[in-house]
Design a protein around this ligand. Structure first.
Ligand code: AMP
Ligand code: MG
Length: 323
């Protein structure tokens, strides 16, 4: 059996086709070109315009028709409402047109299951860092539980908003990483509350600091501070859960400095570090298709009425029947 997965939680549209054995037959991603932040309705418009050509490209890459896939999965949430609705409507249309079962999946869990597929991870503690989410996730007692998370903005959003405010290119992550390599560190507000994180005060302070410091130094300090916070919480969750692997997923996960910091922490604890390939670190349709297959093969089914989008879909709401 195969599954066609549609990812569309934010500004990226991803189509993946995967087999039950975990073979990736197609992975097509289309980015909405951004000059400012993400506008939900404009991003949704982009997905609607590109949906047909992306699906066509994916079926061509896989060498199969839509009817032959056997299952269609889509990102049901969390994410931006208008974007989620385009993915959901497209999935429903395909399901009805070709008589395929449909399954909406949780985007955050898809990152974890996709990550496990790409890295052959068994049971990792996962640090999921992206433009919209920041969570430390581990499997325990039949669910993916959140051991720590942001209390306000996501770390990727912090980098993006910083870049915009400092008149740098967007998205912010890559340009901040590049500038940080030539900068020196100075302290900025470090906010960890128990197992949770806060990035909004750090963002304000970093923007304020651009008035009196070189931009390279601010970028370096912003990265060092934000990433140390992430690694601290991940380290504590590792001690609590006693997992033997730590995995990094999400668009911010391509950052070399974050990878290096997490690697040194993992090394100290004697746990294995799992890094998915760059092209599937961020949002992609493959992880959606793969989670759809895992759920379907575990007997999980959804009626059409149950495929409404869920903007605030939480990681720990899903009963994990496939593990
Ligand atoms: P996602 O939401 O998973 O697609 O990831 C998008 C986020 O990843 C955005 O906030 C980007 O700024 C961030 N990002 C991309 N490349 C990098 C990088 N090299 N370093 C840090 N963050 C990055
Ligand atoms: Mg994501």
């Amino acid at each position: 059996m195969y599954c066609l997965g549609i990812e569309g939680t934010a500004e990226k549209l991803g189509i993946g086709i995967v087999s039950s054995e975990g073979a990736v037959l197609a992975n097509v991603t289309e980015y909405q070109p951004l000059t400012r932040g993400i506008h939900p309705r404009e991003a949704a418009q982009h997905h609607a315009e590109k949906m047909r050509s992306c699906i066509k490209a994916a079926t061509k890459e896989a060498g199969m028709g839509l009817r032959e896939t056997g299952l269609v999965a889509f990102s049901q949430g969390p994410g931006l409402g208008p974007c989620l609705r385009v993915a959901a409507v497209s999935a429903r249309t395909i399901a009805l047109r070709y008589g395929l079962p449909i399954i909406g999946v949780n985007h955050c869990i898809a990152h974890v299951e996709g990550g496990r597929l790409f890295t052959k991870g068994e049971d990792p503690l996962t640090l999921y860092v992206s433009g919209g989410n920041t969570q430390v996730i581990a499997y325990a007692d039949g669910r993916y539980r959140v051991f720590g998370e942001t209390l306000d903005i996501a770390v990727g959003n912090c980098l993006d908003q910083f870049a915009r405010g400092a008149d740098l290119k967007v998205p912010g992550g890559p340009i901040v990483e590049q500038l940080a390599a030539q900068g020196d560190y100075f302290p900025l507000p470090y906010v960890v509350k128990g197992m949770d994180l806060s990035f909004s005060g750090l963002l304000t302070a970093a923007l304020e600091a651009t008035k009196g410091h070189r931009i390279e130094d601010v970028c370096r300090s912003l990265q060092e501070t934000a990433f140390s916070m992430l690694v601290e919480v991940t380290e504590r969750a590792l001690a609590q859960t006693r997992k033997k692997e730590v995995m990094l997923v999400g668009g911010v996960g391509v950052n070399r400095r974050l990878q290096e910091m997490l690697a040194s922490m993992a090394d100290e604890h004697g746990v294995r570090l799992l890094l998915p390939p760059r092209e599937v670190m961020g949002d992609n349709g493959v992880m959606i298709a793969w989670l759809g297959l895992l759920m379907h093969n575990a007997g999980m089914r959804q009626r059409l009425e149950e495929t409404a989008v869920r903007q605030r879909y939480r990681t720990d709401e899903v009963e994990v029947l496939w593990r």
